[in-house]
Design a protein around this ligand. Structure first.
Ligand code: PHE
Ligand code: NA
Length: 451
Protein backbone atom coordinates (compact mmCIF):
# COMPACT_ATOMS: atom_id res chain seq x y z
CA UNK A 1 0.00 0.00 0.00
CA UNK A 2 1.28 3.44 -0.87
CA UNK A 3 2.08 5.63 2.12
CA UNK A 4 -0.15 8.64 2.61
CA UNK A 5 1.32 12.07 1.89
CA UNK A 6 0.80 15.65 2.91
CA UNK A 7 -1.09 17.58 0.25
CA UNK A 8 0.99 20.72 0.52
CA UNK A 9 3.97 22.17 2.25
CA UNK A 10 1.78 24.68 4.08
CA UNK A 11 -0.37 21.80 5.28
CA UNK A 12 2.60 20.00 6.74
CA UNK A 13 4.01 23.08 8.44
CA UNK A 14 0.65 24.03 9.92
CA UNK A 15 0.20 20.51 11.26
CA UNK A 16 3.69 20.55 12.78
CA UNK A 17 3.05 23.98 14.29
CA UNK A 18 -0.31 22.69 15.50
CA UNK A 19 1.45 19.95 17.38
CA UNK A 20 4.10 22.23 18.83
CA UNK A 21 1.72 25.00 19.83
CA UNK A 22 -0.24 23.56 22.71
CA UNK A 23 -1.40 24.23 26.22
CA UNK A 24 2.25 24.56 27.22
CA UNK A 25 2.73 27.68 25.10
CA UNK A 26 -0.17 29.38 26.81
CA UNK A 27 0.08 28.33 30.41
CA UNK A 28 3.68 27.19 30.86
CA UNK A 29 5.91 29.48 28.81
CA UNK A 30 4.75 32.90 30.11
CA UNK A 31 5.21 31.94 33.75
CA UNK A 32 8.51 30.25 33.05
CA UNK A 33 9.88 33.36 31.35
CA UNK A 34 8.62 35.57 34.18
CA UNK A 35 10.18 33.37 36.84
CA UNK A 36 13.51 32.92 35.15
CA UNK A 37 14.66 36.44 34.51
CA UNK A 38 11.86 37.98 32.44
CA UNK A 39 13.35 39.65 29.38
CA UNK A 40 16.73 38.16 30.27
CA UNK A 41 15.24 34.67 29.92
CA UNK A 42 15.10 35.20 26.18
CA UNK A 43 18.88 34.87 26.02
CA UNK A 44 19.02 31.26 27.27
CA UNK A 45 15.73 30.55 25.52
CA UNK A 46 16.93 31.70 22.10
CA UNK A 47 20.20 29.92 22.70
CA UNK A 48 18.35 26.70 23.50
CA UNK A 49 16.16 27.17 20.46
CA UNK A 50 19.19 27.50 18.16
CA UNK A 51 21.41 24.84 19.71
CA UNK A 52 18.82 22.22 20.62
CA UNK A 53 15.37 22.98 19.21
CA UNK A 54 16.20 23.58 15.58
CA UNK A 55 18.87 20.84 15.34
CA UNK A 56 16.53 18.28 16.93
CA UNK A 57 13.68 19.29 14.63
CA UNK A 58 15.91 18.93 11.56
CA UNK A 59 16.99 15.51 12.79
CA UNK A 60 13.44 14.23 13.30
CA UNK A 61 12.26 15.57 9.96
CA UNK A 62 15.22 13.89 8.25
CA UNK A 63 14.68 10.54 9.98
CA UNK A 64 10.92 10.42 9.35
CA UNK A 65 11.40 11.49 5.75
CA UNK A 66 14.12 8.90 5.13
CA UNK A 67 12.64 5.84 6.82
CA UNK A 68 9.00 6.60 6.10
CA UNK A 69 7.67 5.03 9.26
CA UNK A 70 6.64 5.95 12.77
CA UNK A 71 9.02 5.85 15.71
CA UNK A 72 9.23 2.05 16.19
CA UNK A 73 9.86 1.38 12.51
CA UNK A 74 12.35 4.21 12.17
CA UNK A 75 14.36 3.27 15.24
CA UNK A 76 14.35 -0.39 14.17
CA UNK A 77 15.83 0.57 10.82
CA UNK A 78 18.47 2.63 12.57
CA UNK A 79 19.45 -0.21 14.86
CA UNK A 80 17.33 -3.34 15.32
CA UNK A 81 18.10 -3.42 19.01
CA UNK A 82 16.36 -0.06 19.48
CA UNK A 83 12.85 -0.79 18.28
CA UNK A 84 11.75 -0.86 21.93
CA UNK A 85 12.66 2.82 22.27
CA UNK A 86 10.19 3.60 19.50
CA UNK A 87 7.50 1.67 21.37
CA UNK A 88 8.43 3.42 24.58
CA UNK A 89 7.87 6.73 22.78
CA UNK A 90 4.55 5.51 21.42
CA UNK A 91 3.56 4.49 24.92
CA UNK A 92 4.44 7.96 26.27
CA UNK A 93 2.26 9.45 23.54
CA UNK A 94 -0.61 7.14 24.40
CA UNK A 95 -0.44 8.06 28.08
CA UNK A 96 -0.30 11.78 27.29
CA UNK A 97 -3.24 11.34 24.93
CA UNK A 98 -5.29 9.83 27.76
CA UNK A 99 -5.00 12.80 30.10
CA UNK A 100 -4.27 15.76 27.80
CA UNK A 101 -7.72 15.17 26.33
CA UNK A 102 -9.28 15.70 29.73
CA UNK A 103 -7.82 19.19 30.01
CA UNK A 104 -9.24 19.94 26.57
CA UNK A 105 -12.60 18.69 27.84
CA UNK A 106 -12.39 21.09 30.80
CA UNK A 107 -11.59 23.93 28.41
CA UNK A 108 -14.61 23.02 26.27
CA UNK A 109 -16.82 23.18 29.37
CA UNK A 110 -15.29 26.49 30.38
CA UNK A 111 -15.79 27.99 26.90
CA UNK A 112 -19.47 27.32 27.50
CA UNK A 113 -19.46 28.52 31.13
CA UNK A 114 -17.71 31.71 30.02
CA UNK A 115 -20.78 32.89 28.13
CA UNK A 116 -22.45 33.82 31.44
CA UNK A 117 -19.44 33.27 33.78
CA UNK A 118 -21.17 30.35 35.51
CA UNK A 119 -18.17 30.09 37.82
CA UNK A 120 -19.46 33.07 39.80
CA UNK A 121 -17.34 35.13 42.19
CA UNK A 122 -15.26 32.34 43.65
CA UNK A 123 -13.62 30.64 40.68
CA UNK A 124 -11.41 28.57 42.96
CA UNK A 125 -14.27 26.98 44.87
CA UNK A 126 -16.15 26.50 41.64
CA UNK A 127 -13.34 24.70 39.84
CA UNK A 128 -12.26 22.33 42.58
CA UNK A 129 -15.59 21.96 44.31
CA UNK A 130 -18.50 22.23 41.96
CA UNK A 131 -16.72 21.34 38.74
CA UNK A 132 -14.25 18.62 39.77
CA UNK A 133 -16.11 17.69 42.98
CA UNK A 134 -12.88 17.17 44.88
CA UNK A 135 -14.32 18.05 48.24
CA UNK A 136 -16.93 15.32 48.23
CA UNK A 137 -15.25 12.21 49.60
CA UNK A 138 -18.35 10.30 50.51
CA UNK A 139 -18.07 6.63 49.47
CA UNK A 140 -20.82 7.03 46.92
CA UNK A 141 -18.85 9.75 45.15
CA UNK A 142 -15.39 8.22 45.40
CA UNK A 143 -14.17 6.87 42.07
CA UNK A 144 -17.40 7.70 40.35
CA UNK A 145 -17.34 9.31 36.93
CA UNK A 146 -18.37 12.95 36.76
CA UNK A 147 -21.13 12.63 34.20
CA UNK A 148 -21.19 16.33 33.33
CA UNK A 149 -17.70 15.83 31.87
CA UNK A 150 -18.75 13.03 29.54
CA UNK A 151 -20.02 15.17 26.70
CA UNK A 152 -16.99 17.48 26.59
CA UNK A 153 -14.73 14.43 26.78
CA UNK A 154 -16.50 12.86 23.82
CA UNK A 155 -16.17 16.10 21.86
CA UNK A 156 -12.47 16.32 22.67
CA UNK A 157 -11.83 12.74 21.52
CA UNK A 158 -13.98 13.26 18.41
CA UNK A 159 -11.44 15.65 16.88
CA UNK A 160 -8.58 13.17 17.08
CA UNK A 161 -10.83 10.34 16.00
CA UNK A 162 -11.99 12.17 12.88
CA UNK A 163 -8.44 13.31 12.10
CA UNK A 164 -6.83 9.88 12.35
CA UNK A 165 -9.78 8.13 10.73
CA UNK A 166 -9.79 10.40 7.70
CA UNK A 167 -6.02 10.35 7.45
CA UNK A 168 -3.16 12.71 6.82
CA UNK A 169 -4.52 14.76 3.96
CA UNK A 170 -8.26 14.48 4.44
CA UNK A 171 -8.19 14.74 8.23
CA UNK A 172 -5.10 16.09 9.98
CA UNK A 173 -4.10 18.57 7.30
CA UNK A 174 -7.62 19.89 6.73
CA UNK A 175 -8.31 20.42 10.42
CA UNK A 176 -5.01 22.17 11.10
CA UNK A 177 -5.44 24.43 8.10
CA UNK A 178 -8.56 25.79 9.76
CA UNK A 179 -7.54 25.67 13.42
CA UNK A 180 -4.08 27.22 13.20
CA UNK A 181 -4.97 30.45 11.38
CA UNK A 182 -7.99 30.78 13.68
CA UNK A 183 -5.83 30.28 16.76
CA UNK A 184 -3.35 32.99 15.73
CA UNK A 185 -6.23 35.30 14.91
CA UNK A 186 -7.92 34.66 18.25
CA UNK A 187 -4.77 35.41 20.18
CA UNK A 188 -4.22 38.62 18.24
CA UNK A 189 -7.79 39.70 18.91
CA UNK A 190 -7.40 38.92 22.60
CA UNK A 191 -4.15 40.85 22.80
CA UNK A 192 -5.85 43.77 21.07
CA UNK A 193 -8.64 43.65 23.64
CA UNK A 194 -6.36 43.29 26.64
CA UNK A 195 -3.56 45.80 26.02
CA UNK A 196 -5.81 48.84 26.08
CA UNK A 197 -7.02 48.04 29.60
CA UNK A 198 -5.52 49.86 32.59
CA UNK A 199 -2.63 47.97 34.17
CA UNK A 200 -2.11 45.70 31.16
CA UNK A 201 1.11 47.40 30.14
CA UNK A 202 2.40 47.00 33.67
CA UNK A 203 1.77 43.29 33.42
CA UNK A 204 3.60 43.04 30.12
CA UNK A 205 6.41 45.05 31.65
CA UNK A 206 6.69 42.54 34.51
CA UNK A 207 7.09 39.80 31.94
CA UNK A 208 9.68 41.60 29.85
CA UNK A 209 11.70 43.43 32.48
CA UNK A 210 15.11 41.74 32.36
CA UNK A 211 16.85 40.49 35.45
CA UNK A 212 20.31 39.84 34.05
CA UNK A 213 21.67 38.37 37.26
CA UNK A 214 19.62 35.27 36.46
CA UNK A 215 21.53 34.33 33.35
CA UNK A 216 24.44 33.07 35.44
CA UNK A 217 22.16 30.54 37.08
CA UNK A 218 22.34 26.99 35.68
CA UNK A 219 18.74 26.39 36.76
CA UNK A 220 17.59 29.09 34.35
CA UNK A 221 19.46 27.43 31.50
CA UNK A 222 17.98 24.05 32.39
CA UNK A 223 14.54 25.61 32.41
CA UNK A 224 15.15 27.08 28.95
CA UNK A 225 16.34 23.79 27.45
CA UNK A 226 13.60 21.83 29.19
CA UNK A 227 10.96 24.17 27.83
CA UNK A 228 12.40 23.92 24.31
CA UNK A 229 12.28 20.11 24.25
CA UNK A 230 8.76 20.11 25.64
CA UNK A 231 7.34 22.89 23.53
CA UNK A 232 8.53 21.52 20.19
CA UNK A 233 7.12 18.00 20.61
CA UNK A 234 10.48 16.48 19.61
CA UNK A 235 11.98 13.29 21.00
CA UNK A 236 8.80 11.32 21.49
CA UNK A 237 7.64 10.07 18.13
CA UNK A 238 5.46 12.98 17.10
CA UNK A 239 7.42 15.11 14.65
CA UNK A 240 9.10 12.00 13.32
CA UNK A 241 5.74 10.43 12.45
CA UNK A 242 4.48 13.63 10.84
CA UNK A 243 7.65 13.80 8.74
CA UNK A 244 7.20 10.20 7.58
CA UNK A 245 4.37 11.46 5.35
CA UNK A 246 6.48 14.10 3.61
CA UNK A 247 6.78 13.81 -0.17
CA UNK A 248 10.18 12.80 -1.57
CA UNK A 249 11.06 16.38 -2.48
CA UNK A 250 10.75 18.37 0.73
CA UNK A 251 12.85 21.17 2.11
CA UNK A 252 13.83 19.74 5.49
CA UNK A 253 15.91 22.58 6.91
CA UNK A 254 13.54 25.31 5.92
CA UNK A 255 10.48 23.45 7.24
CA UNK A 256 12.22 22.88 10.56
CA UNK A 257 13.17 26.55 10.94
CA UNK A 258 9.64 27.68 10.12
CA UNK A 259 8.04 25.28 12.56
CA UNK A 260 10.33 26.26 15.42
CA UNK A 261 10.09 29.99 14.78
CA UNK A 262 6.32 29.93 14.55
CA UNK A 263 6.02 27.98 17.78
CA UNK A 264 8.35 30.29 19.68
CA UNK A 265 6.73 33.36 18.15
CA UNK A 266 3.36 32.11 19.32
CA UNK A 267 4.76 31.68 22.83
CA UNK A 268 5.73 35.36 22.89
CA UNK A 269 2.24 36.36 21.82
CA UNK A 270 0.73 34.13 24.48
CA UNK A 271 3.02 35.72 27.07
CA UNK A 272 1.80 39.18 26.13
CA UNK A 273 -1.81 38.05 26.25
CA UNK A 274 -1.52 36.33 29.63
CA UNK A 275 0.55 39.02 31.35
CA UNK A 276 -1.61 41.77 29.89
CA UNK A 277 -4.62 40.08 31.49
CA UNK A 278 -2.79 39.51 34.78
CA UNK A 279 -1.64 43.12 34.87
CA UNK A 280 -5.19 44.33 34.36
CA UNK A 281 -6.46 41.98 37.03
CA UNK A 282 -3.85 43.17 39.54
CA UNK A 283 -4.81 46.75 38.77
CA UNK A 284 -8.56 46.12 39.06
CA UNK A 285 -8.19 44.26 42.35
CA UNK A 286 -5.53 46.61 43.67
CA UNK A 287 -3.06 43.77 44.16
CA UNK A 288 0.60 43.12 43.48
CA UNK A 289 1.41 41.03 40.44
CA UNK A 290 3.02 38.42 42.66
CA UNK A 291 -0.40 37.81 44.18
CA UNK A 292 -2.07 37.02 40.87
CA UNK A 293 0.64 35.38 38.78
CA UNK A 294 0.29 31.63 38.22
CA UNK A 295 0.63 28.87 35.66
CA UNK A 296 -0.88 25.60 34.52
CA UNK A 297 -4.32 24.43 35.55
CA UNK A 298 -4.57 27.14 38.23
CA UNK A 299 -3.91 29.90 35.72
CA UNK A 300 -6.39 28.66 33.13
CA UNK A 301 -9.24 27.54 35.35
CA UNK A 302 -8.96 29.68 38.47
CA UNK A 303 -7.06 32.92 37.83
CA UNK A 304 -8.26 33.71 34.33
CA UNK A 305 -11.95 33.11 35.06
CA UNK A 306 -11.63 35.78 37.77
CA UNK A 307 -9.84 38.05 35.32
CA UNK A 308 -12.61 37.43 32.80
CA UNK A 309 -15.21 38.51 35.36
CA UNK A 310 -13.48 41.88 35.53
CA UNK A 311 -13.35 42.44 31.77
CA UNK A 312 -15.74 44.59 29.82
CA UNK A 313 -18.00 42.23 27.78
CA UNK A 314 -16.80 39.08 29.57
CA UNK A 315 -19.36 36.97 27.72
CA UNK A 316 -17.47 37.56 24.48
CA UNK A 317 -13.85 37.67 25.55
CA UNK A 318 -14.16 34.70 27.91
CA UNK A 319 -15.38 32.15 25.37
CA UNK A 320 -12.77 33.39 22.89
CA UNK A 321 -9.99 32.74 25.37
CA UNK A 322 -11.16 29.21 26.13
CA UNK A 323 -11.69 28.50 22.44
CA UNK A 324 -8.06 29.43 21.86
CA UNK A 325 -7.11 26.94 24.55
CA UNK A 326 -9.31 24.28 22.95
CA UNK A 327 -7.84 24.83 19.46
CA UNK A 328 -4.27 24.77 20.77
CA UNK A 329 -5.02 21.59 22.69
CA UNK A 330 -6.88 19.76 19.94
CA UNK A 331 -4.20 20.29 17.31
CA UNK A 332 -1.61 18.89 19.73
CA UNK A 333 -3.83 16.00 20.72
CA UNK A 334 -4.31 15.04 17.09
CA UNK A 335 -0.55 14.80 16.70
CA UNK A 336 -0.15 12.51 19.71
CA UNK A 337 -3.00 10.28 18.58
CA UNK A 338 -1.45 10.12 15.15
CA UNK A 339 1.98 9.16 16.50
CA UNK A 340 0.34 6.17 18.20
CA UNK A 341 -1.81 5.09 15.26
CA UNK A 342 1.12 5.38 12.83
CA UNK A 343 3.25 3.14 15.05
CA UNK A 344 0.45 0.59 15.31
CA UNK A 345 -0.43 0.65 11.63
CA UNK A 346 3.16 0.19 10.49
CA UNK A 347 3.48 -2.85 12.74
CA UNK A 348 0.12 -4.57 12.33
CA UNK A 349 -0.80 -3.64 8.79
CA UNK A 350 -4.28 -2.70 10.01
CA UNK A 351 -6.23 -0.17 8.01
CA UNK A 352 -6.18 3.44 9.10
CA UNK A 353 -9.85 3.29 10.03
CA UNK A 354 -9.52 0.18 12.15
CA UNK A 355 -6.46 1.55 13.97
CA UNK A 356 -8.25 4.81 14.65
CA UNK A 357 -11.32 3.05 16.07
CA UNK A 358 -9.21 0.75 18.26
CA UNK A 359 -6.98 3.48 19.66
CA UNK A 360 -9.57 6.20 20.16
CA UNK A 361 -12.04 3.69 21.58
CA UNK A 362 -9.55 2.33 24.10
CA UNK A 363 -8.31 5.82 24.80
CA UNK A 364 -11.76 7.09 25.57
CA UNK A 365 -12.35 4.34 28.10
CA UNK A 366 -8.98 4.88 29.79
CA UNK A 367 -9.48 8.62 29.94
CA UNK A 368 -12.65 8.07 31.97
CA UNK A 369 -10.26 7.42 34.86
CA UNK A 370 -9.28 11.07 34.72
CA UNK A 371 -12.83 12.34 35.00
CA UNK A 372 -13.54 10.51 38.22
CA UNK A 373 -13.22 12.62 41.33
CA UNK A 374 -9.71 11.25 41.88
CA UNK A 375 -8.91 12.33 38.34
CA UNK A 376 -7.00 15.53 39.03
CA UNK A 377 -4.70 13.83 41.51
CA UNK A 378 -3.93 11.04 39.08
CA UNK A 379 -3.46 13.53 36.25
CA UNK A 380 -0.94 15.56 38.24
CA UNK A 381 0.98 12.47 39.20
CA UNK A 382 1.18 10.99 35.71
CA UNK A 383 1.98 14.38 34.18
CA UNK A 384 4.84 14.88 36.63
CA UNK A 385 6.63 11.64 35.74
CA UNK A 386 5.95 11.97 32.04
CA UNK A 387 7.28 15.52 31.78
CA UNK A 388 10.14 15.36 34.20
CA UNK A 389 11.48 11.91 33.44
CA UNK A 390 9.97 9.89 30.60
CA UNK A 391 10.01 12.61 27.95
CA UNK A 392 13.53 13.75 28.72
CA UNK A 393 14.81 10.19 28.95
CA UNK A 394 13.28 9.41 25.61
CA UNK A 395 14.87 12.52 24.01
CA UNK A 396 18.23 11.60 25.49
CA UNK A 397 18.18 7.98 24.29
CA UNK A 398 17.09 8.98 20.81
CA UNK A 399 19.86 11.56 20.50
CA UNK A 400 22.42 9.15 21.88
CA UNK A 401 21.39 6.45 19.43
CA UNK A 402 21.50 8.72 16.42
CA UNK A 403 24.36 10.94 17.51
CA UNK A 404 26.78 8.35 18.80
CA UNK A 405 25.78 4.97 17.39
CA UNK A 406 24.90 6.09 13.87
CA UNK A 407 26.72 8.17 11.29
CA UNK A 408 25.34 11.62 11.95
CA UNK A 409 27.21 13.14 9.00
CA UNK A 410 25.10 11.03 6.63
CA UNK A 411 21.96 12.68 7.93
CA UNK A 412 23.48 16.11 7.65
CA UNK A 413 24.33 15.38 4.04
CA UNK A 414 20.85 14.11 3.37
CA UNK A 415 19.12 17.11 4.94
CA UNK A 416 21.35 19.47 2.97
CA UNK A 417 20.73 17.70 -0.33
CA UNK A 418 17.02 18.23 0.11
CA UNK A 419 17.15 21.80 1.35
CA UNK A 420 17.53 25.23 -0.11
CA UNK A 421 20.07 26.28 2.50
CA UNK A 422 22.61 24.04 4.20
CA UNK A 423 23.47 23.38 7.80
CA UNK A 424 27.11 23.14 8.82
CA UNK A 425 29.11 21.00 11.20
CA UNK A 426 27.61 23.01 14.09
CA UNK A 427 24.50 20.88 13.65
CA UNK A 428 26.34 17.70 14.61
CA UNK A 429 28.04 19.39 17.54
CA UNK A 430 24.72 20.70 18.84
CA UNK A 431 23.24 17.22 18.83
CA UNK A 432 26.22 15.23 20.07
CA UNK A 433 27.29 17.61 22.80
CA UNK A 434 25.03 20.56 23.59
CA UNK A 435 21.64 18.85 23.49
CA UNK A 436 22.80 15.61 25.06
CA UNK A 437 24.80 17.46 27.71
CA UNK A 438 21.89 19.67 28.71
CA UNK A 439 19.50 16.73 28.77
CA UNK A 440 21.78 14.86 31.15
CA UNK A 441 21.98 17.90 33.46
CA UNK A 442 18.21 18.42 33.50
CA UNK A 443 17.33 14.77 33.92
CA UNK A 444 19.85 14.36 36.73
CA UNK A 445 18.44 17.41 38.50
CA UNK A 446 14.86 16.17 38.15
CA UNK A 447 15.72 12.75 39.50
CA UNK A 448 17.51 14.31 42.49
CA UNK A 449 14.50 16.57 43.11
CA UNK A 450 12.13 13.63 43.10
CA UNK A 451 13.85 11.90 46.01
N1 PHE B 1 4.19 20.95 22.48
C1 PHE B 1 2.99 20.96 23.25
C2 PHE B 1 2.88 22.17 24.13
O1 PHE B 1 3.71 23.03 24.16
C3 PHE B 1 2.94 19.81 24.15
C4 PHE B 1 2.50 18.57 23.57
C5 PHE B 1 2.33 18.36 22.23
C6 PHE B 1 2.27 17.61 24.40
C7 PHE B 1 1.90 17.19 21.76
C8 PHE B 1 1.84 16.44 23.96
C9 PHE B 1 1.67 16.23 22.62
O2 PHE B 1 1.90 22.28 24.85
NA1 NA C 1 4.70 24.30 22.13
Amino acid sequence: MKREQWGSRTGFILAAVGSAVGLGNIWRFPYMAYENGGGAFFIPYLFAMLTAGIPFMILEFTLGHKYRSGAPGTLRQLNHRFEWLGWFQVMICAVIAFYYVVVIAWAISYAWFAVDQSWGDDSNAFFFGEFLKLGDNSPSNLGSIQTHLLLPLILAWAASFVATYRGVQGGIEKINKVLMPLLFLLVLVLIGRVVSLPGALNGINWLLEPDFSKIWDLKVWSAAYGQIFFTLSVGFAIMLSYASFLPKKSDINNNAFMTVLMNCGFSMLAGIMIFGALGYMAHAQDKELTEVVSSGVGLAFVTLPTAINLLPAPGVTGPLFFLALVFAGISSHISIAQAVTTGLMDKTGWSRQKTSVVFCGTGFVVSLLFITNGGLLLLDLVDYYINNMALLGSCLLELFLVGWLCKLSDYQKRANELSEFSIGIWWQLCIKFVSIGMLIVILFNNIMDAF
